[in-house]
Design a protein around this ligand. Structure first.
Ligand code: HEM
Ligand SMILES: [Cu+2]
Length: 492
């Protein structure tokens, strides 16, 4: 069987370094944000005392930070594999990271110094009406930080668009439309190109919507006479938020497509009509499904509620189905040698698939009426973010460190994997069970009957944090150790 840790010779050292910087930054931030998550769970479980104003600051920081770092990790994966097919600008990739870091500083300042605690959702007009809980400067710093990060990602996706159009002659061709709608000559672009095309289309739309409402909120902050329709603002925010977090999965899954075949020696069949059709269908559905976030807004046009519910049943499914099916056909009787990276990547396909089920339950209007503001919601999204997206990112990082860094597997691999997987399932399980008991989401203080779920949740979260520390630590350790011996392994 082929060696899955064969370096990609069509990427030079500078190209690898920018990806390394993306993944390293995401890894460090992940540990930090997980620690903040643990603090919240401990506080909800009455195991430590956290003042309510600090709880909401931490909640804001954790939500914003996790979504941002998931985007960065997804972008690193996308860039690594897309760069092997189209030309991408190194300068833009670094610019995105620089804007990201400046944005992080502004967001941290806005929350920790300015006291902003209005949530990642910055729901208009809450950020401008803090009733003395935070400062105008704090809000402005937070919003400006978001804006800079959004502009960075916008530049990155414009660059991937340029690269794909240059190489393939159009975005439709990037999605494989000639092969999907016409005769399939088997020459559709490879999976990383199809996925990146989908992501750039939806994310550019989402980011423009997000940037527009952030700018309007900033103007309103200093000129209150400039008012925005709150329902329109909410639609724009959730369109952006929904698309951005979904895009992280669609970028991360590229690692599954590109790496699992290297473990089994079987190709990922991405030139089929089913694969191309799934990606095109999800392109459209990811855009129009976002109203499932605002099913409780009675002022919203009814047809949007109906669309939000119906498309929720189908939106993620095409790509999820071809991914799960593809993973199974690649793995089935392949004699794959399991290790940390292949294990995490396979776990990610499971985590994504399993997390979608409680999400669809919640997108059903009659259920949503009862469940929406309960812990059921963090339950389902932590499922596919922690066990899906983050498993993709960590799997890719482990693979990368082993391929380009120094050293192989270690005795800690298996314990770290199981700690992450089982700790993760336990952690999200406590959210889901708490939600079923009616525990509300985003509450600093709990009724006594909700406290045990938070306590068990904290225990599982601590296990996940330990496992992630091992994984991220290995990523850095292998690179630092590998520096001297193989500075440029694999460059043609
Ligand atoms: C050890 C891992 C983690 C822990 C302990 C943790 C903990 C928490 C807690 C306690 C909440 C608040 C739930 C509530 O009461 O409403 C929360 C919310 C959230 N978490 Fe995590 N989390 C973890 C991992 C992640 C990951 C990997 C992501 C995304 C990549 C993520 C994204 C979010 C988001 C978006 C929110 C919602 C914030 C809001 O309601 O505004 N978390 N998390
Ligand atoms: Cu959504």
């Amino acid at each position: 069987m082929s060696n899955p840790y064969q370096p990609d010779t069509d990427l030079g050292r500078p190209e690898r370094q920018v990806v390394l910087a993306y993944m390293g930054t995401a890894g460090v931030l992940l540990l930090l944000m997980m620690a903040f998550g643990l603090v919240m769970r401990l506080a909800q479980g009455d195991l430590i005392g956290v003042a309510p104003d600090w709880f909401y600051r931490i909640l804001t920081l954790h939500g914003t930070g996790m979504v941002g770092l998931a985007g960065l990790a997804g972008a690193g994966i996308m860039w690594y594999f897309l760069r092997q097919h189209v030309h991408l600008s190194l300068g833009i990739a670094w610019t995105n990271l620089a804007l990201f870091l400046i944005g992080v500083v502004l967001i941290l300042g806005g929350i920790l110094l300015g006291g902003y605690a209005g949530g990642w959702t910055f729901l208009y007009p809450l950020p401008a009406k803090p009733m003395g809980m935070w400062s105008t400067t704090g809000t402005a710093s937070f919003l400006t930080g978001l804006l800079l990060i959004g502009v960075g990602f916008l530049l990155l996706h414009l660059d991937t668009a340029r690269g794909i159009v240059q190489r393939y002659g159009g975005l439709g061709k990037g999605l494989g439309w000639p092969q999907l709608f016409g005769h399939n000559d088997g020459n559709a672009p490879p999976a990383p190109v199809v996925a990146s095309t989908m992501v750039l289309i939806v994310n550019i739309l989402g980011l423009v919507s997000g940037a527009a409402i952030v700018v309007m909120s900033l103007i309103n902050l200093y000129f209150p006479a400039f008012e925005v329709d709150p329902l329109l603002a909410k639609n724009m925010i959730y369109f952006f938020g929904h698309v951005f977090i979904n895009a992280t999965i669609y970028m991360g899954v590229i690692a599954v497509y590109a790496l699992l075949p290297r473990y089994t020696g079987r190709p990922w069949k991405s030139s089929t009509k089913a694969f191309l059709g799934a990606w095109t269908a999800s392109t459209v559905m990811v855009i129009i499904v976002y109203p499932h976030h605002i099913l409780m807004d009675f002022a919203q046009p009814q047809w949007m509620h109906v669309m939000g519910q119906i498309i929720s049943y189908t939106s993620g499914l095409p790509v999820l189905a071809v991914t799960a099916y593809g993973a199974i056909t690649i793995l089935y009787r392949s004699g794959i040698k399991w290790d940390l990276a292949s294990g995490l990547l396979t776990l990610s396909a499971f985590g994504w698939a399993a997390g979608t089920i409680p999400a669809m339950v919640d997108a059903t209007i009659v259920v949503n009426e009862v469940m929406h503001n309960t812990l059921w919601v963090p339950g389902h999204f932590h499922f596919y973010l922690l066990l899906g997206v983050m498993a993709m990112a960590l799997g890719f990082m482990v693979w990368m460190a082993r391929t380009y860094g120094n050293g192989g597997g270690s005795a800690l691999d298996a314990p770290a994997f199981w700690l992450y997987a089982l700790g993760g399932v336990g952690f999200v399980g406590m959210f889901l069970m708490g939600g079923r008991e009616g525990a509300p989401r985003r509450f600093a203080e709990y009724l006594p009957e909700w406290v045990p779920y938070a306590q068990w949740g904290a225990l599982f979260a601590a296990l996940v944090l330990v496992a992630t520390t091992v994984l991220v630590g290995r990523f850095f350790g292998q690179f630092l150790a590998g520096r001297r011996e193989a500075p440029d392994a694999g460059v043609a």
